[in-house]
Write a protein that binds this ligand. Structure first.
Ligand code: MG
Length: 242
């Protein structure tokens, strides 16, 4: 098979070569960058003149996308602390004398992340999707709700690229559980823990968190609607389209 042959042995489309050239570069350089200079070498790749290429953190593929197809989302949630409840945060049962009150397991961090994802696709919020009047969601593991939201994001054509979050709680100390929370949230969303940030802060005894009346969480996410995905091969390497 010649260098000009496509994956099935036929002639490659010129624009495919252009994409592959950018993919090779994306493989070795910045994970996400614009390469407009790579995209118009022969004037036959006009449709990719505003494309960018990002190396996927999940596998060996390179995603092709238009920067206009990036979306951000933001989520915020609050739950009150109450006696006789577990304190579930990011899917971790955190030892504490009180837990968060809610219809579900009241995992305020999972809820904030889910709302960030929904914000990114302009998909409403989890209160609308999973109403607290529905007995089906009583006591439910909020990671299941997050997984359902992530699936909704994929159905809308978006990939979750990155998530960051903050939990505001005066007590207990959450640092020992942070990595477990990241792994749980990442698994629910089907992404790498490397792409999930969890931080914790007190509010210096100020506000409802500081008075230990409740816990809040905020989250942001970056979503991308990819045009196509190229899987990097080993030999000629870059001509296997996923
Ligand atoms: Mg909530």
């Amino acid at each position: 098979m010649s260098a000009q042959d496509g994956p099935m042995g036929g002639a490659r489309e010129p624009k495919h070569d252009v994409i592959l050239s950018a993919a090779r570069s994306a493989e070795s350089k910045d994970p996400v960058r614009s390469q407009p200079e790579t995209l118009q070498p022969d004037g036959r790749a006009e449709s990719f003149d505003s494309a960018s290429f990002g190396r996927s953190a999940q596998d060996d593929s390179v995603q092709v996308f238009n920067p206009a197809d990036l979306r951000i989302g933001q989520g915020y949630d609050v739950h009150a602390l109450a006696e006789g409840r577990k304190l579930m945060l990011g899917g971790v049962d955190v030892p504490h004398e009180r837990g968060l009150l809610g219809h579900s397991d009241a995992d305020v961090l999972a809820h904030a992340v889910a709302d960030a994802l929904l914000g990114g696709i302009r998909g409403g919020d989890i209160g609308k999707l999973f109403p607290d009047t529905d007995p089906a969601y009583r006591g439910i593991d909020s990671l299941k709700l997050l997984a359902a939201v992530a699936e909704k994001v994929r159905e809308a054509g978006y990939d979750v690229l990155d998530v960051d979050s903050v939990v505001a709680a005066q007590a207990p100390k959450l640092a020992p559980y942070r990595d477990a929370m990241r792994e749980n949230l990442a698994r629910a969303m089907g992404i790498s823990p490397d792409n999930v940030g969890v931080k914790a802060t007190t509010t210096e005894w100020l506000g409802f968190e500081g008075r230990e009346e409740g816990i809040s969480a905020t989250a942001v996410c970056l979503l991308c609607r990819c045009r196509s995905r190229l899987r990097l091969g080993r030999d000629d390497g870059h001509d296997t389209r996923a």
